[in-house]
Design a binder for this molecule. Structure first.
Ligand code: PMP
Length: 311
């Protein structure tokens, strides 16, 4: 079963290889211990051609994750950005998803990866709607997972380290197994953190004409690039944005809820644990932000043109 279409070529340690050859050794430290760092980046088709969304910000976050993992990156930021663009070009793709992975390689066995060389792989594929065909229009059903999103430090919550994703993977499997689309995860104290691979927002006050957008703090959630984009768009549209702690009960009583992420873009949430959000359809504020986001990603309008890097 495959819900994506891989591209003919990947990029591995400075050169193009066939997709099937884009492997690193099974004794690689990152395979053994989950110590790789990664980014997912979206490429959208705009009138001027394919464009990578906030490429520079993704590569900055990759380098920051590498710093947290004490990993030396053997490429400059510009070199990694160029490699991302080259992979899309080489495969002649327009709309696609890139996965950039930096991993401690193979060389010695033992827990401390000090001195090991790093492997950089860039893969690209075409992907359907990550949360389901109708997710953007109709919204998704979310369940609260018993698996908590817990990190040792705030710095670790902000890093995209491969090994941290085992909890997300378990929560996602649980949600799918029970007929939901996505899992909501709480932090150690029971406050809302984020979904398996998306940030979460709620809308309050829209009924009174003064909408407010509220999202959890990044102490327990990834500082998502889509999250930051939506916060900027919302503020520019006169919507107040707050980052604060809140419990799942408050989320469930919100007028609107939506999730954001590179794969999910802006996806409305219409129910949580079987209880309906608002009237069970995507809300007005959500739809407005979703439209601005998609217009921006597809190169319509000048306001956020700075976020696109053309291939
Ligand atoms: N939270 C988690 C745990 C994620 O893996 C992702 C996907 N990178 C997000 C949130 C959304 O972040 P972004 O908008 O940068 O893709």
């Amino acid at each position: 079963m495959k819900d994506f279409r891989e591209a003919p070529f990947a990029w591995l340690n400075g050169r193009f290889v066939k997709w099937k050859d884009a492997g690193v050794h099974s004794a690689s430290h990152s395979f053994l211990y989950g110590t790789g760092v990664f980014e997912g980046i979206a490429c959208y088709l705009a009138p001027k051609g394919p464009a990578l969304f906030r490429l520079g910000d993704h590569i900055d976050r990759l380098r920051e994750s590498a710093r947290v993992m004490k990993m030396k990156v053997p490429y400059t930021k510009a070199e990694v950005e160029k490699a991302c663009i080259d992979v899309v070009r080489k495969n002649r793709l327009d709309e696609c998803y890139l996965r950039v992975v930096l991993g401690y390689g193979y060389g010695k066995i033992g827990l401390a990866p000090t001195g090991l060389k790093t492997d950089l792989t860039i893969m690209v594929w075409r992907q359907g709607n990550y949360l389901g065909k109708m997710a953007q229009e109709k919204g998704i059903k979310v369940m609260t997972s018993g698996i908590r999103r817990v990190f040792g430090t705030e710095e670790l919550a902000a890093a995209k380290i491969t090994g941290s994703y085992y909890t997300s993977a378990l929560a996602k499997m649980e949600a799918l197994g029970k007929g939901f689309d996505e899992a909501l995860m709480l932090d150690a104290k029971g406050f809302v953190a984020e979904c398996a691979v998306e940030n979460i927002f709620m809308v309050r006050g829209a009924k009174n004409g003064v909408p407010e957008l509220i999202t959890p703090l990044t102490a327990s959630a990834l500082p998502g690039i889509t999250r930051a984009s939506i916060m900027e768009i919302a503020r520019n549209e006169g919507i107040e944005v707050w980052e604060r702690l809140f419990r799942p009960e408050e989320l469930c009583s919100a007028e609107e809820v939506f999730v954001t992420g590179t794969s999910a873009q802006v996806t409305p949430v219409v129910s949580i644990d079987g209880s309906t959000i608002g009237n069970g359809t995507p809300g007005i504020v959500t739809k407005r932000l979703q439209k601005t986001f998609f217009d921006t990603a597809h190169g319509k309008g000048k306001k956020y043109a700075k976020w696109l890097v053309y291939v």
